[in-house]
Design a protein around this ligand. Sequence first.
Ligand SMILES: Cc1cc2nc3c(=O)[nH]c(=O)nc-3n(C[C@H](O)[C@H](O)[C@H](O)COP(=O)(O)OP(=O)(O)OC[C@H]3O[C@@H](n4cnc5c(N)ncnc54)[C@H](O)[C@@H]3O)c2cc1C
Length: 512
Amino acid sequence: MLTVYAPCLNHRLTPQIKDASLAMLCDSGTMNGSATFLAEAQALLGPRGVTLDGELMAPWLTDWRGRYTGRALALASPASTEELSALVRLCALHRVPIVPQGGNSGMSGGATPDASGQAILLSLRRMNAIRAVDADARQATCEAGVVLQTLHEAAGNQGLRFPLTLGGKGSATVGGLISTNAGGTQVLRHGSMRALVLGLEAVLADGSVFSALTPLKKDNRGFDLKQLLIGSEGTLGIVTAATLRLIPAVAGRSVIWAGVPSLQTARALLLHCEDIAGNALEGFEILPGDCLGTVLDYLPGARPPLAGRHEWHALIEVVADAADAELLGERAEALLAAALERGLVEDATIAASEAQAEAFWLLRESISAAERARGPAMQHDISVPIERMPDFVDTAKARIEEDWPGTEAIAYGHLGDGNVHLHVLAPPGSERAAWEAGDGKAISRQVHELVTAWGGSISAEHGIGQLKVDELARLADPVQLAMMRAVKRALDPAGLLNPGKLVTLAPPEGTA
Ligand SMILES: Cc1cc2nc3c(=O)[nH]c(=O)nc-3n(C[C@H](O)[C@H](O)[C@H](O)COP(=O)(O)OP(=O)(O)OC[C@H]3O[C@@H](n4cnc5c(N)ncnc54)[C@H](O)[C@@H]3O)c2cc1C
């Protein structure tokens, strides 16, 4: 029966594409155009480069949080910038939307296609070569699909490090990190991805290649176009490679776990650490006591760092270079002793070994997974000016829990960056989908309004994706939104790059 509908296709498609694609195309009623596109895409990328196998695609069609599941015309996996450029040209010709994807560890549904099945899911994972690690220049040039953990190891082998890390480091790719302008636990000292990208290569919506991999310390030839692409979530171009900043590996680190009575005190402790440790302060994370309990229940064999119960916990990392390494222990002890004397900590411990330091960080890095396993929740990745954060968290928690009886609001994360993850847990027994679509949605709107009123951002480091696209349109400054739309229109006039994410083009005049 299939050959009756598409007699000319049988010899052009590989067996693996043939059956699945024809079934899907018959389903979608768009057989001729899509089939031609798929046949040409396969001719460009070869059998490894395009698949329609439902089983192979399935894990990549749902986001990490399990909130969105989409469909795709095919999963395309080019092996080089040239192949990708040709594929994007073909997509432009056939008007096929493209959803770029790296490790699919994003938190905002940015890498999940919609339910129409019209877009291709574009995986960058095959483009995973580290082209060079230049120890003299302290740079690494990597393709988009390089996994963060792999980059850490490659830099480490040269006595260097890439100073950005996060809980999803085993999956997150360089392209995804750049496209979301990811943050993580070392932003305090080294900045987010934006500060670490020295050069960039990307394929634009018409298939042309933006090539600016060679870093220049000074370059005043107008706009910094690579910065436009960083944080654009695949809506302006597809990152294919980047030159990234490396720094010398640390010679030692002290990792401190401290119990503190309040978030206000945690903020005072942060200032204390900044005053005493200065530039050696690498990370300052906070989590409430209940949140630590959730992680301990989730992680088999995990133990609490401190014996007693505390309202809040701070995880602090101080590092040293070779010249200072010997003094590190003494300095960390002095820092803590002064904090105890000033009443900034109730109890504290310094990791006695590298293994214990890793165990402390594992507790922090497991929060997302532990919270996910706990039950339905609305997650808010928000920032406000650092000095206002303690009052913001207290206010938001009290208001949400009062207005939505049975919910519990918890905040954890990067206090040093003025960025916390404010999760609102559903009342026990709530049915996930119904709660998220009803009360959960209303709660998120309230949180975002509050954040905006406090001068903050509804997305500090996870991006907008599809999760917050409506909220950005609702709450962003109209001038900023108009500028974003103008850029989108200029670089992707047909709206084929990651449609429905981050910024949608305004409806044409007169049709709104
Ligand atoms: C346990 C855990 C902890 C995390 N902790 C943090 C944290 O502390 N801080 C933080 O910032 N993030 C955190 N994340 C989120 C996540 O790791 C980041 O968003 C990461 O940057 C996404 O990388 P990815 O390769 O998985 O991208 P994906 O999830 O595949 O994609 C993310 C977005 O980037 C786009 N994209 C992907 N690759 C490209 C490309 N080559 N070109 C153009 N667009 C592309 C996608 O279309 C999508 O919009 C965490 C995730 C997990 C699972």
